[in-house]
Design a protein. Structure first.
Lengths: 159, 159
């Protein structure tokens, strides 16, 4: 099946925010992102892995310019939900490989991750679907990561 | 900015697999997904949140029919990487809301999560990008979740 890579996007002007130890029950993700969205903030990436012991962490990325709006919203959500803590890390970047048939291509995620590994880029967050492979990396690594991806994926796509 | 929702996709015939406690260093995601991809397995969703103490968990979904191929590959990766454990949960489903401008729409993720909350669907994993909002839920919840999303999103999009 044809894998079509439409493009590689990246943005160094983002920050990571996470709410740690939220209750794992319906309505929690809704509360957080309705509050954030209600302030007109665009959420660029959301990652939530499996809950443990009835608690989970919810991690997301927003544009650097939105941080001052989001932090008080997140602190309010933390208090309302009884979450243990929130985490804020501005020194990050996101990169995305967008295509069609990514999930039906057995190899694309492995290829993207191999290229990043060969460029000595540590992958901090991963969020994929059938259309997009999105990674969060250190801000200082993203340009090197994107150059490596352009080179490798171009070679594989042919002239 | 116009939010265009292209569709709602779902698949009840998936399983969740996770490698727990992998080392947080370049090459680990590459090792796992090159091995899985190398067996021709399509990875439907990958979620990885932040590492702690030099370790991380890597969670992904594959089609039910691919589980027998993937489990030995994952066990081999677990041993190679020195990961603490792997987790396998077949009783899950994935649903995706696909559109344009999702990340530039401040509200779409909150809306999707609100609709799921109102349908009393617990959201187990979340993976989003600018184009897709993907959630993993209990298999027994997915039909109700998808019906609720179709109803709610149709109303918001107008006639
Ligand atoms: C943690 C959060 O995602 C919760 N499970 C919810 O459904 O909202
Ligand atoms: C855990 C895994 O994603 C690792 N950080 C890597 O870069 O491969």
């Amino acid at each position: 099946e044809q894998v079509v890579i439409r493009g590689i996007a990246h943005d160094p002007d983002v920050a990571k925010i996470a709410l740690l130890g939220v209750p794992d029950r319906p309505g929690v993700a809704s509360e957080i992102f309705q509050a954030v969205g209600g302030r007109g903030v665009n959420v660029r990436m959301i990652v939530q892995a499996s809950a443990e012991g009835g608690k989970n962490d919810v991690t997301f990325a927003v544009g650097t310019h939105d941080v001052k709006i989001v932090l008080p919203v997140v602190e309010a959500a933390r208090a309302t939900l009884g979450a243990r803590a929130f985490l804020y890390d501005p020194d990050v970047a996101i990169l995305s490989v967008v295509g069609e048939g990514l999930a039906t291509s057995a190899g694309t995620a492995g290829t993207v991750f191999r290229v990043l590994a060969e460029a000595d880029v540590n992958i901090e967050l991963i969020s994929t679907s059938s259309i997009t492979i999105t990674c969060m990396v250190r801000q200082s690594d993203v340009e090197r990561a994107v150059r490596a991806l352009h080179q490798a994926l171009q070679l594989e796509q042919g002239p």
